[in-house]
Design a protein around this ligand. Structure first.
Ligand code: ZN
Length: 215
């Protein structure tokens, strides 16, 4: 009888321990869920200038006002892409995941890059968007008769879309976020498409993984 009583007592102790452990895990999980990671998207503080031939095509260099409006549009695009996910978009260069807009990027392959990223795992990630390449492509893909304002907006949209793609690389910590099937997706791996500048993009293959990661 004593043996049985001891066994019961032991089982009770085990139950108490496992309940305490489960409670502790729940607190940790709740703590994780409450912490919202950040995505820092910012412009390096230099003034961005177009190459001379591009400025000529546009009818003169971009004004400060046009740069500001293009920047605002790019920021709205980044915010829109992450709506509904547990992530906070700000303009902090020291955010967990971060993408800065720079003049241009060094060429690393046969074609110049619109954006690049280095996923850093538990340290987040860092990346950049080339203002110059996006602006040139926005001019190249401008529909016939597009107004100057439409092209300025397209530059902002393109920069935002490239930044979203780079954030996806960093957040999912992989280069395997590409989807070559849908030209209107954030995951499409090339700046050579009109939709990047003049269309609306949407998530495809990466979305379920982002939802899993950013709960
Ligand atoms: Zn990519």
């Amino acid at each position: 009888v004593r043996k049985i009583a001891n066994a019961t007592a032991r089982r009770d102790r085990v139950d108490v321990v496992s309940v305490a452990l489960a409670a502790a895990l729940m607190v940790v999980a709740a703590g994780c869920a409450r912490r919202t990671p950040s995505a820092g998207f910012w412009y390096s503080d230099k003034t961005f200038a177009l190459p001379a031939h591009a400025a000529a095509r546009l009818g003169g260099p971009l004004t400060d006002g046009e740069l500001a409006s293009s920047e605002a549009i790019s920021r709205r695009e980044v915010e829109r892409a992450f709506t509904g996910l547990n992530i906070r978009v700000n303009d902090d260069p020291s955010a967990f995941w971060r993408v800065g807009v720079v003049d241009s990027l060094p060429r690393r392959g046969p074609l110049p890059n619109a954006g690049e990223s280095m996923p850093l795992g538990w340290m987040g990630g860092a990346g950049a968007v080339s203002f110059e390449l996006v602006a040139l492509k926005a001019i190249q893909y401008a529909p016939d008769g597009a107004s100057r304002q439409a092209i300025v907006e397209a530059i902002g949209r393109g920069i935002g879309h490239v930044a979203v793609h780079e954030f996806a690389h960093q957040i999912l910590n992989t280069s395997a976020v590409h989807n070559k099937e849908d030209e209107h997706s954030y995951e499409y791996p090339s700046p050579d498409r009109s939709s990047q500048y003049y269309g609306d993009l949407h998530w495809t293959t990466a979305r379920p993984f982002l939802e899993q990661k950013l709960r």
